[in-house]
Ligand binder design. Sequence first.
Ligand code: SOE
Length: 391
Amino acid sequence: MVGYAFMGAAHSQGWRTVGRVFDLPLNPVMAAVCGRDPAAVRAAAGKLGWAAAETDWRALIARDDVQLVDICTPGDSHAEIAVAALEAGKHVLCEKPLANTVAEAEAMAEAARRAGDRGRIAMVGFNYRRTPAIALARLMVRDGRIGTLRHVRVTYLQDWIVDPEFPLVWRLQKEYAGSGALGDLGAHIVDLAQHLSGEPLVGVSAVTETFVRERPLPGGAVVGLSTAAGGGAARGAVTVDDAALFTGRLACGALAAFEVSRVAAGRKNSLRIELNGDRGSLAFDLERLNELYFHDHTEPAASSGFRRILVTEADHPYLEAWWPPGHGLGYEHTFVHQARDLVHAIAAGTEPEPSFADGLQVQRVLAAVEESAARNSVYTPVLPALVQEAS
Ligand code: SOE
C-alpha cells in the first residue's frame, strides 16, 4: 500500500479483516506500506499491520513479495504509480478519483487494458458501491422494481472547511487534488448515479464556487511581519472548488441532479441518493447506511409509500459473512467488501467493477462539469472514448 493517511487507514482495516470474515480463494498478506517519512511510515506499519515499511514506491513495486499495489495517495501521484505497477506485472487498487485529469485517467485505463491481457486486475476504489444497501438498490433497479428510470437525485455534503481559518491542506490545492469537492465527493456520486442506473452520463450543465479564496498555510507558517495581513501565518490561494451543482442527462434519457459541498454547515458526511422510475423509487442516506427506502408505485395508493428495508438479512449483498439480522454494519465495512471483491476478481482473472475504464468515464464527467462551469453553465457533452478517438 502506498500512503497511510485516512484512506490508507481505511484500506488497512479492510485488508486486516477481509480474510477473517469472508472465505477467500486467495489469502491477502499485508507485506509493506510506503511513505516518504521513514519514522512515520515505520510507525504506520506497526499501527496498521503491515510487515514492512518502504520510503520509495518504486522499491515497493519492485518487491517480489508484492503482487498487488494499493494506491492511497493524493490524486497527483495515482497515474505514475498505477501505470508503473501495472507495467511491473502487479494488480492495482487505486483510490478515487482515478486521476486528476482525463489525460492521466486515459493513460491509466490503457495501461489497465494492456495489463488485463496479461491477467492483471485494476480496480478503482469507489467504496460506497459496496454498502449493502447500495448493492441491493443496484439489483432492484436491474430487476425492474422501479421500472423505467426518470430521475436520479444525489447530494454529498460535508462541512469540514466552513471555518475560513481551516488551513490550506492538499485537498484544497489543485496541483495535488485536481479539483475540490467535485473530484473528492462528486466522483463518488457520479459513479453511484451511473452504477445504480447502469447508464453513463452523456452531458452536464454546471456551476462551481470557491467561497473562501485564501487560507492559512498548514502548520501556521509565519513569514514575519511582511505578510499581507501585517503579521501572523502566511496565507495561500485556494485553487479548487468548495462546492459544485450540476444537472445531467443519462444515456437512457433520465435526468440527474447533483450537489456536492464542503461548506454545508451541519452535514458531516451526508451522501443521499434517490432514483425515481415509472413503477417506483429507491432512496438511500449514508447516515442511515443499513437502510434502503423503497416505494412500489404499483401498490394501491392507499397503502403505498416509502418503506424501510433493513439491509441486514443473510441473503442481502455481503451480509452472509457478518452478523444475524438487525446487527448493522458501518462505513469501514465498505472497504472490507471492496477487498473481498478485488481478491475474488484476482483469483478468477475477471475485470473487477469499478474498472479503470469506469474511473475514466467518471473523470470525463468531472471534466465536462468544469468545462460547463467555466462557460456559463453551457450544456457540455461528456466525451466518450469513441468520440474522443474519432476527434
Ligand atoms: C474527504 O472528503 C473524504 O475522506 C473523501 O475523500 C472520501 O472519499 C469520502 O469517502 C469521505 O470523505
